[in-house]
Design a protein around this ligand. Structure first.
Ligand code: GCW
Length: 680
């Protein structure tokens, strides 16, 4: 079927005869000396891939044949242990792998070796990726290990199968039929994640329901964990802070209360009887109405630590979210997480990660990096990206997010001088942390093609690839994905790569150019709503963020404004602190700027703003043309689906453009610049 269910594991036949021939001679058989659940998955995946790519069935053998692919660890394979690679393997850790070409007994072979079974599976997927992208496999010498330890998806899935901010159907987890019925889709899900190195999944929404911690649900969770285990994926759950009251019958959830501490300990011990390798908890506390330690006048560390102490004996971890803000605090929302968390640096237990969204507001199309990165040296911070496109056109708009992720990962915090990138905070190298993590809020549902928009699959893919290696470029990742998902035709690859790489900036232009943010529709967050005001809290409106008035537009977060900029290092402050110097993509994030302010283009701010909105919308037409130009190379089903979605995206880009330009014009009182058509 051509409908996208196979994701980037399509394994369609290689039609370039010369390439296929080469591969045929170098991939004749799988040599597996000893079986394990994970090895067998690797072996079968290899067979499946070659069946598709080369249309050949390769045997599994115990003896070397020319062109054998040798899979294993030093302890599972006498051949591998005889190759003298133990030094090489040492540096790979638990999940790394090597792939190399070698001649054994006069027979050319490819060895995929690791310290543990899971590394062999990751290596196998890497090898398959080489075939999918049609690279040479003749003289391989690959050494790879993940930069970040915990590489997770966060599902915002509720127990009734609705998904908070989910746009691709209902939750994959069929709680009703679990634990006895294992939907084959769970296996497909595990396989897809393993193929990109995702090694953990938080099954439930951060706006948590304590029920998932009760025994009937733990049995269901255990069934999922059993499916995921051989794919190297651990399960995690969200822990509602008030669980001791809600399901434990206690009268308080105060983290310093000994009965509460004992309850969590017992609960965690119980979880491990069902799921011996349970990963731990993700917690949203004292944020947007969720209960937390502050309900008892305790702080976030007190809250995280009670769970951490219960999990520590089992090697479990706590991921405590820093996404907190309160409308009772008369303070710029962008500052609040830093204000609450920075003073707690050094007070968290060793098995706590503080999980920080990429930017200080909330997954906007463009935000500067979160000021907590680099500001809590004694605490491992993990990254939270959002794959589900809550603020980026849901699963309707084509937006490739790797450039957004990279912009944040590559940003320099200057915490320890130049080169203190966010990526180095996250991978632990900046402060020598060994506990490291990154999470993506999943964009997956039970839609046949998983993510609703066929191109949204690329965002899931990109998260996995960047979690493994944050230094990969958006371009490399896009290219891999296109080749595996659509075609190796060079025209298709270059056309789609251009489209994908441009798509995020295009979206920023028609939604929130020049540093604007949080001007979307009320509550559902779809479409424009710069006029939104008079809501239960100021920070849920739009006018709070854009601050448009007769003089200009933008949120002054400099020393003369909310001072949010002062939460960054002096080097970073310098970059953004004046309208004259501030990079224009962040201009209105940090500054309130006059309508007549002269931009680098020579235009006034007002004219430039209009030009951005128009260019953004026009660019969607360009994307439509690009898509049409490769029609012949795309299967009809996906071609039509993307075409229809792009038509909606274009209409909605016009909607954003017109709504924002006309609304902001009521403040600027200036004409639409000449040369641009009047909005209607
Ligand atoms: O962006 C906001 C979403 C909420 C979400 C919250 C969070 C899970 O609108 O739906 O709640 O972020 O990240 O906690």
């Amino acid at each position: 079927s051509e409908d996208g269910y196979r994701l980037w594991m399509r394994y369609d036949k290689i039609t370039t005869v010369a390439v296929a021939k080469k591969y045929q001679s170098l991939a004749t058989s799988v040599l597996l000396e000893k079986e394990s659940a994970t090895f067998v998955i690797a072996q079968k995946e290899l067979q499946l891939a070659l069946q598709g790519l080369l249309q050949t069935t390769i045997p599994v053998t115990k003896t070397i044949q020319p062109g054998a692919i040798v899979l294993g660890t030093a302890s599972s394979s006498s051949i591998i242990s005889s190759l003298g690679i133990s030094e090489k393997l040492k540096a790979l850790g638990k999940e790394g792998f090597v792939i190399f070409s070698v001649v054994i007994k006069n027979k050319p072979c490819t060895v995929i070796a690791a310290n543990h079974d899971i590394g062999v599976l990751y290596g196998t997927f890497h090898f398959i990726r080489l075939l999918q992208t049609q690279q040479s496999i003749e003289k391989l010498s690959v050494v790879s290990k993940p930069a970040i330890g915990h590489r997770l998806l966060n599902h915002w899935d509720n127990l009734d199968r609705t998904v908070e901010r989910g746009y691709a159907g209902f939750s994959l987890w069929d709680w009703h039929k679990l634990p006895d019925y294992i939907d084959p889709r769970y296996i497909a899900y595990a396989r897809a994640n393993a193929s990109i190195g995702i090694n953990g999944t938080v099954l439930t929404n951060v706006n948590a329901n304590a029920q998932v911690l009760t025994v009937p649900y733990l049995k269901k969770v255990a069934a999922l964990a059993n499916v995921f285990r051989p794919y190297g994926i651990k399960v995690y759950l969200t822990a509602r802070f008030s669980a001791p009251v809600e399901i434990g019958g206690l009268t308080t959830a105060d983290p310093l209360d000994s009965a509460v501490q004992a309850w969590w300990k017992k609960k965690v011990d119980e979880i491990y009887t069902y799921i011996p390798d349970f990963g731990g908890f993700l917690v949203k506390a004292n944020s947007e109405g969720q209960p937390g330690p502050q309900n008892y006048d305790r702080n976030h560390a007190d809250g995280a630590n009670v769970l951490a102490k219960a999990l520590a004996p089992h090697n479990g971890i706590v991921m405590w979210r820093a996404f907190v803000y309160s409308n009772e605090v008369p303070e710029d929302r962008a500052k609040q997480a830093y204000n609450e968390f920075k003073p707690l640096d050094g007070t968290f237990e060793k098995n706590v990660l503080v999980q920080v969204k990429n930017g200080p507001i909330d997954f906007q199309p463009r935000e500067p990096f979160h000021p907590l990165f680099g500001a809590m040296p004694k605490t491992p911070l993990m990254m939270e990206f959002q794959l589900t496109q809550e603020y980026l056109g849901f699963a309707t708009h084509l937006v490739y997010l790797a450039p957004l992720f990279k912009e944040c990962l590559d940003a320099d915090t200057y915490a320890k001088g130049k080169g203190s990138t966010v990526s180095r905070v996250i991978d632990g190298s900046l402060e020598n942390h060994t506990l490291t993590g990154i999470a993506g809020v999943a964009n997956i549902g039970n839609d046949r093609n998983w993510t609703g928009h066929p191109f949204a699959q690329a965002n899931w893919y990109a998260l996995g690839r960047l979690a493994w290696n944050p230094s990969l470029s958006s371009e490399t990742i896009a290219e891999e994905w296109i080749r595996a998902t659509f075609s190796n035709n060079e025209n298709v690859v270059s056309t789609l790569k251009n489209v994908m790489l441009a798509s995020r900036e295009v979206t920023v232009r028609y939604m929130t150019p020049l540093g604007l943010h949080h001007i979307m529709g009320w509550n559902h967050h779809y479409g424009p709503g710069p006029w939104i005001k008079d809501k239960p809290r100021a920070d849920w409106t739009s006018v709070y963020y854009h601050q448009a008035d007769s003089l200009g537009i933008g949120f002054n977060r400099t020393a003369t404004g909310s001072k949010a900029l002062l939460q960054y290092t002096p080097e970073v402050q310098k970059i953004y602190s004046t309208p004259a110097d501030c990079p224009e993509e962040y201009l209105l994030w940090f500054n309130h700027v006059g309508w007549n302010h002269r931009m680098k283009s020579g235009r006034t701010l007002w004219d430039e703003l209009c030009h951005h909105y128009y260019a953004g919308a026009d660019s969607v037409q360009w994307i439509q043309q690009q898509w049409d130009s490769i029609h012949n190379h795309i299967d009809e089903e996906r071609y039509q689906q993307v075409k229809a979605l792009l038509a909606i995206q274009y209409q909605e880009a016009i909607w954003w453009r017109n709504a924002c330009v006309l609304y902001f014009q009521t403040f600027s009182k200036r004409d639409i610049p000449t040369g641009l058509p009047k909005p209607d």
